[in-house]
Design a protein around this ligand. Sequence first.
Ligand code: AHM
Ligand code: MG
Length: 336
Amino acid sequence: MSQRISLTQYLIEQQREHGSIPQELRLLIEVVARACKRIAISVNKGALGDVLGTAGSENIQGEVQKKLDIIANEVLIEANEWGGHLAAMASEEMEAIHLVPNRYPKGEYLLMFDPLDGSSNIDVNVSIGTIFSVLKKAEGHKGVSEDDFLQPGSSQVAAGYCVYGPQTTLTLSFGNGVSMFTLDREQGSFVLTAENVRIPVDTQEFAINMSNQRHWDTPMQRYIDECLAGVTGPRAKDFNMRWIASMVADVHRILTRGGIFIYPWDKREPHRAGKLRLLYEANPLSFLVEQAGGAATNGRQRILDLQPTQLHERVAVMLGSKHEVERVTAYHLQAE
Ligand code: AHM
Ligand code: MG
């Protein structure tokens, strides 16, 4: 791209020329992007900044929190609570929703985030990221409660993520295509580096934690067995496997060059729909994937159609290149 377009310029032009982004939402996204820049600074310091290792606490999911999980959560809360655009926030790292304190003005938007996705990769210097989702509070009632957050993913007005990797990149959608920005560290600003991102409909690359294979159900076993059988198997082509163990980074690869990401239901905890969280991970990333021409299901239904019943609800996830997602979903439906 010859002309450098900053995130601010991009957002203002979208608002002015296409009318696709209300001003309040634009300002909210700018604040989230600023918070991501601060998180990137902490991530980059690593062992020099006393940010590695565990914090000695557990989150609501019973997972051990890393210091950076907590730092990233605090940065996002502090940055967003005074802007006047939000009614409340919800985070993978907090049990209850966080209301905007009374001393600040309140807006109509709801912000959800996984402050630092891929926590197991923090200490080993592998890509991690922040995932976020924006909803609008339903009109007609005062105040805000957990129920306001329980909207299907199709109601998201914006979603995005920031990957802290070899580059820091921000990926965004307002329901009108997907754009990517790269952080220019000298200038301190995000610069537009990809527009109208499209995921190829076909792929020969899958991302799944293969060590869990024996715990999957039959349709899942079938799909992966057929991929592994390669050129002499029923698919008549060889597949490649990639697994970063940071969903945000795996999805970034898929948005960049195609692929399918799967985190399925498994037999060890049959009452649990999946490992990943619907509101903080599956919904925003499914929104981006669909906006780029891909598909996202839980094996049976479109993820964005699911009606959440709990803030920290979990879900099985299959997303990415459309034809592969359709195939693995068909295998699940045929097995019913
Ligand atoms: P996190 O939000 O605590 O980091 O957990 C979610 C992560 C995903 O990013 C990733 O795809 C998955 O958990 C990795 O799971 P596994 O430990 O099975 O590799
Ligand atoms: Mg996560």
